[in-house]
Design a protein around this ligand. Structure first.
Ligand SMILES: *[C@@H]1O[C@H](CO)[C@@H](O)[C@H](O)[C@H]1NC(C)=O
Ligand SMILES: *[C@@H]1O[C@H](CO)[C@@H](O)[C@H](O)[C@H]1NC(C)=O
Length: 432
């Protein structure tokens, strides 16, 4: 209560009646203290605060303007080979759709990289609905399954693309949903769920040089992997500095503390969208100690269903992608292609809630916890909740490039279109 004169606050009427004897006074204080604890336990975060999304009147808008022309006949063809993991390939393909339109070329269905460490023989057709892809984009680009026979052996101009451009379509992935929704339904039947992209995987830890909480031999193993991987340019990394700068994926234990502090109850269903967790159950069990209902696809799918995905890492990644987009809340433990495209897709579908951990800020709190200067409880909860008030995927315009940057750096520092397609593909109701 406001006390403008600076006088000591009046005691609460009840407290004024406290008995004088030290023993009974102590008992009363204890009672009051217990009541306070009970009150704070009852002061739980509402379901609305935990699960609801709000798009504040924004909606997807992808209708072309009247000046937008349907592509005409063209005798130029563009063949594309995409590399990287699933999400990198996907953004690459979207970029190439835009490029094909710009250069008035007919796009040949892209070939997916089969040689990377994904070691996956899946073709475009195995992951995407090819017929739908062609149909959905017919007003944008002409697409064919194969290069005409007469051109098969014709010489081709080659070009390597680096992508920071945008494409005018987004809808095609909807089709992916058709056949693999079973797992989503199984999750749905249990109530609200979080999809957690737990990027606590060997390659990630080795690449970022994050060894916090690992044993010496594990840290060593990761360092050797980093040194041997020639295309990772950074070799000498100070793990402590990486972590305090917020460059490390959260550990399973840290994710547990984080989500509990955000108010999610122990019984919350959490779907683990991830590859193999480094250290396996040794680290994962720490997250499970916070959230008992932690499920992976191995626990949701039958053996036969999983058998189909054996040796098809891209298709498994597609499954995780779908569940991540369909979840009530999506939480990525690290930034990366998957985190970005899922967040963007969720924004497109109505600003579904995506909670992006403030890793740099959280690490400060985790360090306080570790030193015993802070304990898990209401204080930590309010700090964490406040820190993430504006990190939950609400509508906002895409961030532009860093002020003062020029040329390629200007494009590079701009937030990715795939991460936030507002304003191009998302409009405020009443406009467009
Ligand atoms: C593509 O076609 C449009 C209209 O037909 C034309 O204005 C444009 O210059 C063409 N672009 C290229 C790269 O040929
Ligand atoms: C890593 O950085 C921290 C903090 O700057 C420093 O205290 C530590 O000595 C560094 N470690 C190594 C091995 O250089």
């Amino acid at each position: 209560m406001a006390n403008p004169r600076g006088a000591p606050p009046l005691p609460h009427p009840r407290l004024r009646r406290l008995p004088r004897s030290p023993v009974s006074r102590c008992a009363c204080l204890l009672l009051a203290f217990t009541a306070l604890l009970l009150l704070s336990a009852l002061h739980q975060v509402s379901n609305e605060q935990l699960w609801a999304s709000n798009s504040y009147g924004y909606h997807a808008c992808i209708m072309p303007t009247s000046r937008y022309k349907v592509p005409g006949e063209s005798d130029r063809y563009m063949t594309v080979r995409s590399n990287g993991g699933l999400n990198q390939m996907r953004t690459g393909i979207c970029d190439m759709v835009a490029v094909a339109r710009l250069v008035n070329a007919t796009l040949v269905i892209p070939q997916l990289d089969k040689r990377s460490f994904w070691q996956d023989t899946s073709t475009f057709k195995d992951i995407f609905d090819e017929a739908y892809f062609i149909k959905a984009l017919e007003r944008d680009v002409r697409i064919v399954s194969d290069l005409p026979a007469s051109l098969q052996s014709a010489p081709r101009a080659r070009k390597h693309f680096t992508s920071w451009s945008g494409a005018s379509y987004y809808e095609e992935l909807k089709e992916l949903w058709k056949n693999q929704k079973k797992l989503v339904e199984r999750l749905r039947s249990r109530g609200n769920f979080i999809a957690l992209h737990l990027r606590y995987e060997k390659d990630m830890l080795a690449f970022t040089g994050c060894a916090y909480g690992l044993s010496d031999s594990e840290a060593n193993e990761l360092r050797i992997l980093r040194e041997r991987t020639s295309h990772w340019r950074l070799k000498d990394i100070n793990s402590t500095e990486q972590r305090s700068e917020g460059n490390c994926p959260l550990t399973p234990n840290e994710v547990g503390i984080f989500l509990r502090s955000m108010g999610y109850p122990e019984s919350t269903w959490i779907y683990l969208a991830a590859g193999e967790i480094y250290g396996g159950d040794k680290y994962l069990s720490k997250l499970r100690s916070y959230f008992t209902n932690l499920v992976s696809k191995e626990m949701l799918a039958t053996k036969e269903e999983l058998e189909k995905f054996k040796n098809h890492a891209s298709q498994v990644a597609a499954l995780d992608y779908i569940i991540a987009v369909e979840s009530d809340v999506f939480v990525p433990s690290h930034s990366g292609n998957m985190a970005k495209v899922v967040e963007g897709h969720r924004r497109f579908l109505g600003h579904r809630r995506t909670i992006t951990p403030d890793r740099r800020g959280l690490v400060e709190l985790f360090d306080l916890l570790e030193r015993g200067d802070l304990i898990e409880g209401p204080k930590l909860s309010s700090l964490v909740t406040e820190m993430h008030k504006y990190r939950q995927g609400a509508p906002r315009k895409r961030y532009g490039s860093l002020p003062g940057s020029k040329g390629r750096a200007r494009l590079r520092t701009e937030e990715s279109f795939y991460e936030n397609p507002l304003p191009e593909c998302i409009c405020l109701t009443g406009k467009h």
